[in-house]
Ligand binder design. Structure first.
Ligand SMILES: *[C@@H]1O[C@H](CO)[C@@H](O)[C@H](O)[C@H]1NC(C)=O
Ligand SMILES: *[C@@H]1O[C@H](CO)[C@@H](O)[C@H](O)[C@H]1NC(C)=O
Ligand SMILES: *[C@@H]1O[C@H](CO)[C@@H](O)[C@H](O)[C@H]1NC(C)=O
Length: 307
């Protein structure tokens, strides 16, 4: 994987990855948010925007970046992937692209991920990035080719077979099968189905319904995880430094999540406010009162060991 390549290569790749990671997860977060709020605020998802300009150049370019710099061990036909994508989108009306319509595209981009270290998350985007940056072995959806290529893009067709609509795309709520949603749904499902070994789930204990059945995690990924392939589900519930402390391993929707894992025969652990996750938040906000405790603890430990 790119994380183990030569320094030069991986530095280049890392930069590319870091840049796109932010926007991929923005897209995914938007999807999650939109999904959670599907019935309340669909119009907020930049619904009036049309297909991202230059989408073909962006998608094909990212594909070449990924297959040349990020993960050069993999061979893909980027032009073919684009062809299958375009066909799925423009041969259907703008509100009628199902996950099945992307079947050929996904077939053109099979990807095997290494076991262990799959990272799922919901409503913890910023922290997830820091966490994945520290523990470089984690795999998130945005590290996959499809996640990398389509991150933060918008697309839809017009009338059947008349190309992309660059002036406006429908709202999510207006569609039974929104072209953007269908692609992410299938990508998320594939990702979760491949998950094996130990997996980690980062959830936000500062919100109600940290585990939300309507989120991409709750509606797609959870049901696609296979207890035969997954050794341990390690749930980490983290609250923001300023709180509020609403949910935890023993409180709120996370209890329901644990029950689901339990009943499906998964081995699981659940940790509240994992120390690494708290320290990562403190790095962004060292003056915070809860971080002083950490600072003191760490200092005391240091002086104890050096005495
Ligand atoms: C949606 O597409 C399917 C084929 O993929 C077609 O059978 C159906 O009539 C379409 N529905 C609408 C409302 O366009
Ligand atoms: C939890 O969610 C809130 C609201 O979306 C957000 O402001 C906060 O940063 C999140 N906390 C963490 C630890 O990700
Ligand atoms: C998997 O998770 C379990 C429970 O947290 C832990 O005991 C074990 O060491 C982990 N295994 C690997 C390979 O990380």
């Amino acid at each position: 994987m790119y994380k183990h390549e030569s320094l030069l290569k991986s530095n280049e790749a890392q930069q590319v990855v870091t840049v796109t990671k932010t926007s991929v997860s923005f897209a995914i977060t938007s999807i999650t948010i939109c999904f959670i709020m599907l019935h309340f605020c669909p119009s907020q998802l930049r619904a009036q925007l049309g297909t991202t300009p230059n989408i073909k150049h962006i998608v094909v370019g990212r594909c070449y970046t990924y297959t040349t710099l990020v993960n050069p061990s993999l061979r893909y036909d980027c032009e073919e992937i684009w062809k299958q994508f375009e066909e799925a989108v423009i041969s259907h009306s703008s509100c009628n692209v199902t996950v099945e319509d992307y079947f050929h595209m996904f077939n053109a981009m099979p990807q095997i991920w290494p076991c262990d270290n799959f990272l799922f998350w919901s409503k913890t985007r910023t922290l997830m990035h820091s966490y994945a940056a520290v523990f470089r072995h984690f795999w998130t959806l945005e590290d996959t080719l499809v996640g990398y290529m389509f991150n933060d893009l918008i697309w839809c067709g017009q009338e059947e077979d008349s190309g992309f609509d660059f002036s406006s795309c429908p709202e999510w709520s207006a569609c039974r099968s929104h072209p953007v949603y269908s692609l992410w749904r299938q990508a998320s499902q594939n990702f979760a189905e491949m998950a094996c070994g130990n997996i980690t789930i980062l959830l936000n204990g500062s919100i109600v319904n940290a585990f939300n059945r309507k989120s991409m995690f709750g509606s797609v990924e959870l049901d696609s995880l296979d207890p035969q392939r997954v050794n341990y589900v390690n749930i980490k519930v983290v609250t923001s430094l300023d709180g509020p402390h609403i949910e935890s391993c023993s409180q709120g929707s996370i209890v329901d999540l644990i029950q689901i894992f339990q009943s499906r025969g998964f081995h699981w652990t659940c940790t509240d406010n994992d120390q690494t996750l708290m320290i990562l938040q403190c790095i962004r906000n060292p003056q915070h009162s809860s971080c002083q405790t950490y600072a003191n603890t760490l200092l005391n430990r240091n002086s104890l060991t050096s005495d």
